[in-house]
Write a new protein. Structure first.
Length: 142
């Protein structure tokens, strides 16, 4: 907030220089949090993932996806992991959490948890905080 009030020539001001130096130090210490999920390029995996992104549903299981792909669950999981680097369940969990970010700008944590099918707001908050290192309430537009 302090940096937003600085003039463009902040280097001439000792406080401005200190604020910017601190921001640079803190930014360098942050860990990167990827805000994407890998999309497989092969069918039927790509279709299943795109459909899920359009309508994240907690009730979908690996068995459902394997059946839709006409594969055994084990074969489906192995191929999916090879294409995306993660298991189908972990992929869906990450996709749901990413889908929550724009919703959290205008809705409460409870509303988003309900929309995305979490058992409780606490379960959603725990998963979100674990994935992104910030609580979901921090996404709320002020």
């Amino acid at each position: 907030m302090a940096a937003a009030d600085l003039d463009a020539d902040y280097a001439a001001d000792r406080r401005g220089s200190a604020v910017m130096a601190l921001i640079l130090l803190e930014t360098a210490a942050l860990s990167e949090v990827p805000l994407h999920v890998a999309l497989p390029h092969e069918q039927p995996f790509a279709r299943l993932c795109r459909d899920y992104l359009a309508d994240p549903d907690l009730a979908v299981t690996n068995t459902d996806w394997a059946r839709a792909a006409a594969m055994s669950e084990r074969m489906f999981t192995r191929r999916f992991r090879g294409l995306t680097g993660t298991s189908p369940a972990a992929w869906r969990s990450r996709a749901r959490l990413l889908a929550s970010i724009p919703l959290l700008r205008h809705r409460t944590v409870t509303e988003v948890a309900t929309v995305l099918g979490y058992a409780s707001p606490a379960a959603f908050s725990y998963a979100f905080t674990r994935a992104f290192d910030v609580p979901p309430s921090s996404m709320r537009r002020r």
